[in-house]
Design a protein around this ligand. Sequence first.
Ligand code: SF4
Length: 243
Amino acid sequence: MSEDVAPARLEMIERVAWVYERLVETYGAPDWRPTGDALGELVATILSQHTSDVNSERAYEQLRLRLPTWEAVRDAPVDQVADAVRSGGLAEVKAERIQRILRLLSERLGDAPLTLDHLAALPDEEAEAYLRALPGVGPKTAACVLLFALGKPAFPVDTHVWRVTRRLGLIDAKMSAEAAHGYLQRMIPPAWRYAMHVDLIQHGRRICTAQRPACARCPLRAGCAYQRIGLSASTFRHGDDRG
Ligand code: SF4
């Protein structure tokens, strides 16, 4: 490790490595297989906000079934789009947001089919900036599209990742989910980001749950700030599901 690296940063890099190794030992290193469908991922991520996976997946399936092309989604009455995505909650808000994005893309793409495939050829930062400029697209939504569809090593911070990384002490207890995207992305090497994101979610769902973390059987217990400094059980209970 370079002598130029500040001690605090060096300690954090080592802590990230320790957490990564424990997660992979426990949950494995999932294969990273990007879907290649950036626009589908963007819409699916919008539908996933503030609801469960089951409900958002049903909403996406219904949308594709009832309005099979993105042009059809763009041109349908907003009520029809809202009805299709009803199971995902906040149907009117999400339908309006999806149509606004599709209309904006149409303005940019002209007569070409609606797609975000062109982002694959852009440098990572430019692809992220393009996504973040779309209405209602925050750092988590942009990072999901980059990571899951385009194979670009972003690091989405969802409610589980945010809670678990605060408890572990990888980020400051007061750091917002929005700020955690940039900070964790700088700390986690690109090759680890997909597995670490997926495994932190597994950990947050199975062991480090919001209400009652199962610390006694946690494989990360030895390196956990929540254990070390004796934070109260209510600390970091709440998530943040903003885009
Ligand atoms: Fe979460 Fe407890 Fe494990 Fe820390 S020791 S990561 S708080 S389950």
